[in-house]
Write a new protein. Sequence first.
Length: 166
Amino acid sequence: MPESAAAVETFALKDLQEYSVSNFVPSERYDDQSTYIYNGAIRHPEHKDQVIGGIGTVFDATVEFRAILKDVLSSDENASGNQAFAVFTNDEGQVISSSDDRFQVGDLFFPDVDLQVLQDQGSLSVVYEYESQYYLMGVALSKGYREFKNDDGYTDPILAWVMQPC
């Protein structure tokens, strides 16, 4: 979101617990790489309903997302030399981060899965052929970033894909 839009959204926050979040897009605040920027209102000390400013926190997306993805993977290669990989995408398959350099931010990664089952169950796993290699593929819908996100009105569905060669 442009800075002017972020400022408008921040000054419109009504509740002390509310915040706004940019789309996952390149930002000059992050070396023109894609990231999220979280914005909160600064309120007048005596008039809590009056917003007098705002603060933005730039998420270190490249480092943090890649670290999360690498943490879930084994470093072992299978007999054919293929390694497991993991990818975060949005709900349209646009890559947000990947443990594998074949997939860059903005690329499309959206294996053919039963989206209704995924929506109903929150996750699924199947044997899946990708680039002439069979993988045990697991995919899950996000429930938020670590312990910080539960149910606060902000939604941005993220899919976590893990591909383990078999």
